[in-house]
Design a protein around this ligand. Sequence first.
Ligand SMILES: CC(C)(COP(=O)(O)OP(=O)(O)OC[C@H]1O[C@@H](n2cnc3c(N)ncnc32)[C@H](O)[C@@H]1OP(=O)(O)O)[C@@H](O)C(=O)NCCC(=O)NCCS
Length: 166
Amino acid sequence: MFHLKEETNDDVWEVENLYDLCFAPGRELLSSYRLREGIARVAGLSLLARDDDRILAGAVRYWPVLVAGLPVLLLGPVAVHPTRQGEGIGGFLVRESMGVATAAGWERVLLVGDAPYYARFGFAKLEGVEMPPPTNPDRVLGHELVPGAWAGVVGPVTRYEAGMSA
Ligand SMILES: CC(C)(COP(=O)(O)OP(=O)(O)OC[C@H]1O[C@@H](n2cnc3c(N)ncnc32)[C@H](O)[C@@H]1OP(=O)(O)O)[C@@H](O)C(=O)NCCC(=O)NCCS
């Protein structure tokens, strides 16, 4: 049994440790981190899954970014502890958090990841949406929380400007 809760400041280093375990060293050198630096995570969407003993099993975070001046959710990182992978926790975190995002009025989600995994949630390659280099364009995936929300939305992904709201 897993319990979802929103990540708080008390959870931050536990989540960082999980990401360090699950990703290759140097993860923070990835271009997506440049879009996150100095910008707060999206409140309400960064979720943790803990087991009955409160052990951290998985985590997902979101940041706001802009494409063509429109607000976009950047999903990630998402990770599940190696001993708990394949139990559906990753899918649970992605689906639940996107449900919260839809209820909160967000319209479109972006991530850099493996299409064969994220296709099950409705993600597909985005044409014309450019992450800062170096990013493999085949890994730039989008999902519409509102039908048509990605239609005609193209251009570079840029940092969210302070004060903008979704
Ligand atoms: C990717 C990750 C979050 C998935 O979490 P999870 O809880 O194991 O996933 P789920 O149990 O919901 O789904 C498991 C399914 O996804 C598949 N899957 C997992 N990672 C995959 C990948 N990179 N590409 C394709 N399929 C993948 C599994 O083969 C399994 O398939 P099945 O349902 O046909 O058996 C987890 O494996 C992880 O933390 N990996 C290391 C960090 C990482 O790569 N994060 C994603 C960055 S893009």
